[in-house]
Design a protein. Structure first.
Lengths: 350, 350
């Protein structure tokens, strides 16, 4: 099995830097758009055959080192009784803003509410047959609450921040429920075969440090602890939070995923050596010419040269409209220059 | 004249911390909404009598230490030939994305393109009659380019970042034109009577440090240098950029305005003592109960106790829907606890 991704998560020596790409199954791929012309986003997520098909698409094109199951962080909220549509952004049927609404949220087992995810992961493992590991994922509680309280994606997510100041106890109650549901949801994925999990905290950067500790990090810590016994690497990706890196590194995760705002060597210096790092090429960099993409990708790897535990990735999801040639250039950069300094090949293999 | 705002900008002793509020003339005020029911946003900005009226509204309610002329950072782009509407967010008639479009941008004098701003400032000075200073303002070139290239406000402002990687020379050309226009525009405002100016860099936080230096900071430095001879304090407000504070402090401005993400004492420690700081109460904090608002405002001031040069403000514009009672609590906090540690009143005045 290609295990360099899992080895890098654990800061073990690897033959070269592993690469996967956030949102690697997505709209930049014509074959993905072809599937989406036929079915809605929700149908795609909830039909294991289709979810597996699009999860495999990027691996057919590029020699990536991990597959990630195709889904959306908001889907497991259906376990809480929340209904939503995607067009293309998510829209909750009803924002969750009052104490009564929070108390009314159900907590159905993920296995009942999202059986399709477990089934898709099982099928994906079978299809891959050890070629690459499978990553499962969930949203972090604060980020999920940002959507739930707002009712949709909206710059600044003012509603959850208003709740934080107006009624912090209700927000904590909501975060508690989300945390429990996410632990259950991640466990379901790992038991179905996910070999690593990523927790996406896309909006924690909206918080100042003390708030981050109380309303985001605390709950992420509980999730990490809640899956620790399953013995799979946990990646915590915190977006737009250059002021929170030191704190984020204490969540208990094996890997910290960072966005493009902080040069990765500076991030490494700030969080210390006892956590692997994932990232952090700017997704917009893939709109440069292929030669420049390669140079920029090499620059990220050069900044991590000599440090064990680096997983190459973008600093956020790959963008619709990204040229395929750019992804090829990124792949080439990793294959040609992703040799890890702490990997000692046997002399006859050099 | 109440000059504690101007004195704090220059890090001179003051009798108490001065206070003004970004977007203090705005939708949270019923009297502002009443004006907006009668006229469009653009008509309001372009009719000096009305712009002066709404600029004065917050000062009639609250004992603030500065007035800011009511306008929008995008308006002077009409000097470049760009046409736009507001509904309520800005929308450019045509995004500026090609070399030809950038080259076609005119550079009319601000006095011709935006005479109403100069006239409004003159009238506002007269109306205030020294009660408080008047602040003029403009957008920073990268932030203006973010809107111009995108064509509207949009989370992530992908278009300008794509241009940065795809065609950095065209972007630099655009930034150069914007810089020249903004210098002219700020000079117009100061010559009309503005006693301080603020440069708003709302979206520079989308850049990594090296890009920030090349595509944002460099041009802000030129603007600051371009108005230096007019001898008014310059405030540089950079939003959502906790990773850029040290760099932002080198723009040459007298004051650095910071958003709510970084505790202000930490910001002060990072940028050193030779620049005043403005901020940084979270605008969402004003949705807490008045007693809590007061406590949070006092906390900000306590973090700056003993440091000369603090202007109390929010960490971003005041939000529509903010309760008036919260602003009153903020005012009370400043009046009761905003005594500057380095102010030495004469003994008989104590």
């Amino acid at each position: 099995m290609n295990d360099r991704f899992l080895r890098a998560c654990r800061r073990q020596p690897v033959d070269r830097t592993p690469l996967w790409i956030m949102r690697q199954a997505g709209r930049y791929l014509p074959e993905y758009r072809a599937v989406r012309e036929r079915v809605s986003f929700l149908t795609l997520c909830k039909t294991p055959e289709l979810a597996v098909e699009v999860s495999l698409q990027p691996l057919r094109r590029f020699p990536l080192d991990a597959a990630i199951i195709f889904s959306d962080i908001l889907l497991p909220l259906e376990a809480l009784g929340c209904r939503m549509t995607f067009n293309p952004g998510p829209k909750l049927e009803e924002p969750v803003r009052t104490r009564a609404q929070v108390e009314a949220l159900q907590q159905r087992p993920a296995a009942e509410a999202a059986p399709f995810v477990a089934q898709a992961i099982r099928m994906l493992r079978q299809e891959l047959d050890g070629r690459t590991p499978v990553i499962g994922f969930c949203g972090a509680p604060f980020t999920l609450a940002a959507y739930l309280v707002q009712g949709e994606g909206k710059e600044g997510f003012g509603a959850v921040k208003t709740m934080l100041y107006q009624d912090p106890v209700v927000l904590e109650h909501l975060l508690q429920k989300l945390t429990e549901t996410m632990i259950d949801y991640l466990r379901l994925q790992v038991l179905a075969g996910a070999q690593a999990v990523q927790i996406f905290d896309s909006w924690a950067g909206l918080l100042a440090p003390a708030q981050y500790e109380a309303f985001a990090l605390r709950w992420v810590r509980e999730i990490v602890a809640g899956v620790r016994d399953l013995n799979v690497p946990v990646i915590y990706f915190v977006n737009g939070a250059p002021h929170l890196l030191e704190a984020a590194a204490t969540a208990g995760s094996d890997v910290l995923g960072i966005c493009w705002r902080t040069p990765i060597d500076q991030a490494a210096a700030r969080v210390g050596p006892s956590i692997a790092l994932q990232g952090n090429l700017d997704p917009h960099a893939l709109f440069a010419e292929p030669e420049e993409v390669k140079r920029l990708a090499e620059d990220v790897m050069a900044r991590m040269a000599g440090r064990s535990g680096h997983i190459m990735n973008l600093g956020h999801g790959i963008l619709p409209g990204t040229p395929i040639a750019s992804v090829e250039a990124l792949v080439a950069a990793v294959q040609e220059h992703g040799r890890s300094a702490d990997y000692a090949p046997t002399p006859w293999a050099m």
